[in-house]
Design a protein around this ligand. Structure first.
Ligand SMILES: Nc1nc2c(c(=O)[nH]1)N[C@H]1C(S)=C(S)[C@@H](COP(=O)(O)O)O[C@H]1N2
Ligand SMILES: [Mo]
Length: 250
């Protein structure tokens, strides 16, 4: 943090000096404000990416598991989900809200029209099984930026369609994971639309994290400054009910 402050100061001084040289040809104040605003955002996003950029291992097509088993919910039981399924998710929307300037409601077709990433990764469940799958979908970071993520947001919460005994499944990650290049919203597994047991129509893949973070049946994404008011306050369904660690890497 202190390094961040001192580097910011250095940049402010640098910007000031540079602009001081241009005093005679341009009004300095508005230019300086614009420069610092854009630089501040880019710098912070860059800092998040470069300080925590380790990639999860990726595999080849030959490594893909013949069967990718299902765990937890295999079919959300709610009438809402049944209705979405009935029209093959044509009326499904991913809501992006909370601390964003431009809340979004994105259709499956719109998600598929974005630049896609495909990655073959290993899923590790804490219950003691693993499977390798090929996942395809848009990278999450640009979607958050497009929605105008507030600079006061600290966590991204994923709300799901399924529940256990009336408690909805949810998960959350910090901005380092949210903007990681392998964090995608997957609509395909092994080249096919997600099967219902694996989270149709859309699930999170946050590849440096364990199985329970890979939220299935996505309904909404919410940017928040604190997790205190979400669910039981521990950042996820299993974190709330079974003391799973909020951040436990593979
Ligand atoms: N919405 C939702 N997401 C979920 C779960 C769930 O029950 N509901 N189970 C989690 C757990 S513990 C694991 S291991 C993986 C399982 O994903 P799979 O069913 O595709 O194997 O999904 C995770 N995401
Ligand atoms: Mo799991």
């Amino acid at each position: 943090m202190s390094e961040l402050v001192s580097r910011r100061k250095a940049l402010v001084v640098g910007g000031g000096l540079m602009l001081a040289g241009c005093d005679k040809i341009a009004p300095t104040k508005p230019a300086r404000k614009a420069f610092l605003g854009a630089e501040g955002l880019t710098y912070r996003v860059n800092r998040l990416l470069t300080a925590h950029d380790a990639l999860a291992p990726e595999f080849t097509g030959a490594d893909v598991s013949p069967i990718f088993r299902s765990n937890g919910t295999a079919h959300p039981g709610s009438p809402d989900y049944a209705r979405l399924l009935a029209d093959n998710f044509a009326s499904w929307r991913l809501h992006v809200g909370g601390m964003v300037a431009k809340p979004l409601a994105i259709s499956l077709d719109q998600l598929k029209a974005l630049p896609q990433r495909t990655q073959i990764t290993r899923h590790d469940c804490v219950e003691g099984w693993s499977a390798i799958g090929r996942w395809t979908g848009p990278v999450l970071g640009p979607i958050l930026q497009f929605a105008g993520l507030s600079s006061a947001a600290r966590y991204i919460v994923f709300h799901c369609y399924d529940d256990f005994g009336g408690t909805a499944y949810y998960e959350s990650v910090d901005l380092v994971e949210a903007f990681h290049p392998q964090t995608i919203l997957a609509w395909a597994l092994n080249g096919q639309p997600l099967p219902i047991p694996n989270g149709a129509p859309l699930r999170l893949r946050v590849e440096r994290q364990l199985g329970y973070k890979q939220a299935k049946y996505l309904r909404a994404i919410e940017a928040v400054a604190s997790l205190d008011q979400i669910g039981g306050g521990q950042g996820g369904y299993w974190e709330d009910v079974a003391d799973y660690a909020w951040y436990a890497g593979i």
